[in-house]
Ligand binder design. Structure first.
Ligand code: UT7
Length: 324
């Protein structure tokens, strides 16, 4: 018998304000056409004034609990992947815990930028398998609009705000790759690439939150190569290959990265969940948002083999392979 961490429910929340590419034409030397063709993004959501990352996370968590038919009493712990917390501390996870009315269990944040949800999911899987909890809420939530330099056209048109959450529980499996649940994961980072994507402020440097800086083109080239290799590693761990996958649910940074990775894995685009056109790059929220949309639209069904992969600041990158 092998214990498996299985998805029991999923949900997401997007702030009300939809910002089309044309908004940026008013203030920047850019066009809807450039943004669409270079990134695939058509619109994104921005949180309202005063709306925080934990506000988005709580809404997503409630949606996931409802989808699972569970209440906060059924949850043993909360892990939030975010790089845009409400405060330096306490964690967003403990804020969510309070808002859900939980006085039991634990909560903590994971910070691996755009790969954050992959790292959070892998940690949640390990905690569950190790017997530290029976059921966890795993959330990706971001307000990247708060760290944009609105004068930098090469970054501010690319990011958005949102949150996605899933409930992860335990189920007995056989140990075979036909089991439901998380089958394998692969995590990586390489701090030598720090300058490719970073925020130019922080607690122990400037004392201020800072703004996002990115070398888009070199990062693009790293992304396709590293995402393909982490996906292949996760698949190989359980004796599978790219063509076994029913759905790739990738980090949504750029449609050309998504297409390039799918092509290298030998998968057609109709087996890829794409939300970048509507959400932009929501960093750690992008994979749970895309998973939730994939389920909501009836694409991802129980038993499907789902591969998620992401790369971001650090650089940090990785993948999770699971059977829905
Ligand atoms: O989530 C973490 C992971 N993030 C990523 O993986 C992002 C990876 N990078 C990318 O998605 C792409 O590199 C971008 C979408 C950021 C840029 O696309 P690109 O094809 O790599 O373009 P580029 O950076 O080579 O820039 C091409 C040109 C430049 O002008 P020159 O130097 O050729 O005259 C830029 O100044 O496009 C210019 N440019 C813009 N033009 C109009 C940059 N931003 C804009 C803009 N509007 N918003």
């Amino acid at each position: 018998m092998t214990l498996r961490a299985v998805v029991e429910g999923i949900g997401h929340y997007l702030p009300d304000r939809v910002v089309p590419n044309s908004e940026f034409e008013k203030t920047l030397d850019t066009t809807d056409e450039w943004i669409r063709t270079r990134s695939g993004i058509e619109r994104r959501r921005f949180a309202a004034e005063g709306q925080t990352t934990s506000d988005l996370a709580v809404r997503a968590a409630r949606a996931a609990l409802e989808n699972a038919g569970l209440t906060p009493d059924d949850i043993d712990g909360i892990i939030v992947a975010t790089s845009t917390p409400d405060l330096t501390f306490p964690s967003v996870a403990t804020m969510v815990q309070k808002e859900l009315g939980m006085t039991h269990g634990f909560g903590f944040d994971v910070q691996a930028v755009c790969a954050g949800f992959i790292f959070a999911l892998t940690n949640a899987n390990a905690l569950l398998i190790a017997g530290q909890a029976k059921r966890l809420l795993v959330i990706g939530a971001e307000t990247f609009s708060r760290i944009m330099d609105w004068n930098d056209r090469s970054t501010c048109v690319l990011f958005g705000d949102g949150a996605g959450a899933l409930v992860l529980g335990l189920q007995d499996g056989t140990g075979a790759n036909t089991d439901r649940g998380i089958l394998s994961a692969d995590l990586n980072s390489d701090g030598r690439y720090r300058d490719m994507l970073y925020v130019d402020g922080g607690v122990s440097t400037t004392g201020a939150a800072g703004k996002l800086r990115m070398q888009g083109n070199p990062l693009f080239r790293q992304a396709v190569e590293k995402l393909t290799s982490t996906a292949e590693t996760a698949l190989a761990k359980v004796g599978l290959t790219g063509t076994d996958v029913d759905w790739i649910v990738p980090h949504q940074a750029n449609i050309r990265i998504i297409q390039g990775t799918a092509k290298k894995m030998g998968l057609p685009m109709d087996r890829v969940i794409v939300t970048v056109q509507d959400h932009g790059n929501t960093s750690a929220a992008s994979i749970p948002l895309a998973l939730s949309v994939g389920v909501e639209t009836g694409k991802i069904k129980q038993g499907d083999l789902v591969l998620s992969e992401a790369i971001g600041g650090g650089l940090a990158w990785g993948s999770v392979l699971l059977r829905w």
